[in-house]
Design a protein around this ligand. Sequence first.
Ligand code: NDP
Length: 587
Amino acid sequence: MTASDTSAPQAHRAAEPVREGERPQAYYEAIKARFAAERELRLKFRPEGTSQYTSDFSGALSRYATDPWASGDIARAPIDDEVEVLFIGGGFSALLTAARLRERGVESIRIVERGADVGGTWYWNRYPGAACDVPSYDYLPLLDEMGYVPSRLYAKGPEIYAHCQAIARRYDLYDLAVFRTTVTSTSWDDAEKLWRIGTDRGDAMKARFVVCANGTLSKPKLSKIAGMDRFEGHSFHSSRWDYAYTGEDLAGLADKAVGIIGTGASAVQAIPRLAKAARRLYVFQRTPSGIDIRGDRPTDPDWAARLGPGWQQARRMKHLRGREADAEERARLAALSREEKIRRQEYANVDHMMRIHRRIEEIVEDRATAEALKPWYMFMCKRPCFDDDYLPAYNLPSVQLVDTAGKGITEIGEAGPVFEGRTFPLDLLIYATGFEVQKTGIYNEIRGRGGREINETYAQGMRTLFGVHTHGYPNLFIMGGYQASFQFNLTFMLQTQGDHIAECIALARARGAAEIDVKPETEEWWVREVIEHRGKTSRNADCTPGYYNFEGEFNRRQDGNYNGGFLQYYTHMQAIRGELEKHFIFG
Ligand code: NDP
């Protein structure tokens, strides 16, 4: 059912199944025009870009930051000791890099983590249905090293979280770890050649090397909606699920009217479970996600038993290199102009999106709801989702899609969200409104040589090597930041960075060097590389707003991810690693 399909235009007629490649150019142009119109519509409703959101959960919003998984007394004496390597954050980035450091004999490793355990994303996100969207055999790190094969193609949240804890145990990372502690300052001491780390618990720790492993999507954000604080029902963010309210099995929702704002990857996984459990479920949608087939299945034990040493890296590398084209195919591709290649890719992407549309038509019974669930943007403008239970949930009589057609919820009253004058009374409102992206969370209060804050250094544009090193910030390594590559399987990207960082630290130790700092000319080479490739996609200009394109905001060309492709990023990193001495200054 749909509460509003006000401005939802008709699906393009040509979306009917036709043999791909046989459609006229006008068909594609009409769909692209519709994509552009939908983008404009959304931008019109939120010209404020990223500032439509807040991650400042102080004051009235502080309850949205409360850690539901931590309990007991948090009092402890401040720490003022020194370690060799300190990780800010205890998620995958820290775990997979720390493992490599252990392999290289580094003993003194500390994780400082805001949560009460390791796990990062998988510590915080325990909403019902949480699972990885990349095959587990590629996504879960260190499978080979841990001698572990996930139980299914898409492992569920608890299994991934348990894997994180197992890594921490296996590599003795709990010994020096400090939990429920947030780093507030990171300052280079040039006299002592070490980093001084301040925290919200009054600690004054010292570390020779610091790795910022605080995640790319770790700070929850809330849409700034008028009247949020007036709502008299219960509410929480999807990454702070309150099972005390819902019940572990969601049985507590059987007599409740529940609303969820947002239809991104988190909501897509939670909605089918909420739909089954709640008396009434309202889904407040601004832009639909594209939902593809998931096809989850248990791991075949015979296949798992046959896996040999190095299987995970071999698998990842095979994906990275892709399918080798045969001679005939190579010749055919070589004969095409660049414009023709781009055009073909674009048309293939449109075909893909229209297949997503047809799937909705086949599954969702109510026509108006089906129309409202159709994403009108190019493939990969928003993160693709994969779920086999999401679309059928809209066939349940208790589920209502409130399609705001790009406008979003802009008002909340005492009883619940208000859209076009209608109030939706709720017992529970869930904000599945996402996370602050990369930038601000990572580059927080980091002072390098001469006390220079890193955002000051980046004021004229970001400057890094691989997104990891910045000149003037010796012995500091940033993971998952800008100027790194984008990779759908994020953990492969992180492992590539982690391996590189461990190598840099190992070399500095082997040389007995107190410092390792990237050479300005190497940094300059990478900044140019990033700028050159940033022009390769027009995602910012063409895509519907979302976190992939900074909500449609203008960005300087070097302030974003490296767009040369992950294979290229990987190759460059291997090359530099082969000659670290040439590209780094050792002090
Ligand atoms: P997203 O940022 O992807 O989604 C936020 C949602 O909130 C969007 O649908 C957005 O609409 C909507 N929204 C924001 N403000 C309003 C408003 N005022 N009214 C109505 N709707 C609103 O966050 P998620 O937590 O879903 O996902 C974030 C990322 O986390 C994913 O892209 C993925 O990288 C990762 N993730 C991975 C998972 C996995 O691997 N299994 C699972 C879950 C998350 P609009 O689109 O219009 O902006």
